[in-house]
Design a protein around this ligand. Structure first.
Ligand code: 5GP
Ligand code: ZN
Length: 113
């Protein structure tokens, strides 16, 4: 989708600080970090949100979670990190291309606001 900022990043049509990528996903630094480490794990395929994923994405969803794990490891926060996906505007989603936030490098409060 050409009007989707994460599709443009995934297609190398917009800049990002990329940690790693493969044929299925990309991991890059959030432009407005909420923690010392704040990475975003996205599928290259445009899926608007977790609510809109389906069984056809079963393997991709597993790849994304392993991508989260690798991101945490490579960023040095594997011992303590938080994974968040905001699904829907009311939950705080602002970019409507599925993504997992990976946050760490500071103490995390619970529950989130
Ligand atoms: P959401 O609010 O949808 O859960 O998360 C979207 C995230 O994407 C936000 O944390 C925001 O800072 C980040 N973001 C929005 N636009 C860009 C961009 O162009 N580049 C990068 N690297 N991050 C972005
Ligand atoms: Zn997209």
């Amino acid at each position: 989708m050409s009007d989707c900022v994460f599709c443009r990043i995934a297609n190398h049509q917009a800049p990002a600080r990329v940690l790693f990528e493969d044929d299925h996903l990309m991991v890059f630094h959030d432009i407005a970090p909420r923690a010392p480490v704040h990475l975003l794990v996205i599928p290259k395929e445009h899926i608007p949100s977790l609510a809109e994923a389906s069984r056809e994405h079963l393997e991709l969803l597993g790849r994304l979670l392993l991508g989260v794990q690798r991101a945490a490891r490579e960023a040095g926060i594997a011992h303590a990190f938080r994974v968040v996906t905001n699904s829907g505007e009311g939950a705080g989603q602002s970019v409507f291309h599925l993504h997992f936030h990976v946050l760490g490098g500071r103490r995390m409060a619970w529950p989130p606001g």
